[in-house]
Design a protein around this ligand. Sequence first.
Ligand SMILES: [Mg+2]
Length: 164
Amino acid sequence: MGKGLKPDLYIKSVFSLDINWLKERGIKGVLLDIDNTLITHKQKIPDEKVIGLINQFKENGIKVAIVSNARKKRVSVFNEKLGLYARYRAFKPSNRGFLRAMADLNLVPEETAVIGDQLFTDVRGGNRLGLTTILVEPLDENEPINVRVKRILEKLFLKSEPVE
Ligand SMILES: [Mg+2]
């Protein structure tokens, strides 16, 4: 059903995302992953690049929500200065966090994009709901072993099914 694990866009980094790509597709809101998408596991608070990116979304009339599988503490510390709509422990690829964020931000699937670094949570969950999915390369190369194993599987998958 649907697009499975295939992202609509695969880019090096969220910071190189072309906002026009979103606007051309009628995207009015983005659901952002935190870990390894916006900051590394070692970072706790948003840096200049993150703040710049969030501002860019806002200036372009794109609503921003955090949908993270991380714990409440990590998400609230990250979001303290940003003050974004945020959902912690979203259990992605579960639908719940995405659906709650979309309902609260008044977004429908056709105008919503998910941005994250994991095929099996961010992309899979987003695709199942018919959202636009954007996969980015993880910021941190020194990841825990379980995440590294997933990366290997992701690489094999991307090789077998070229994007675009
Ligand atoms: Mg992540």
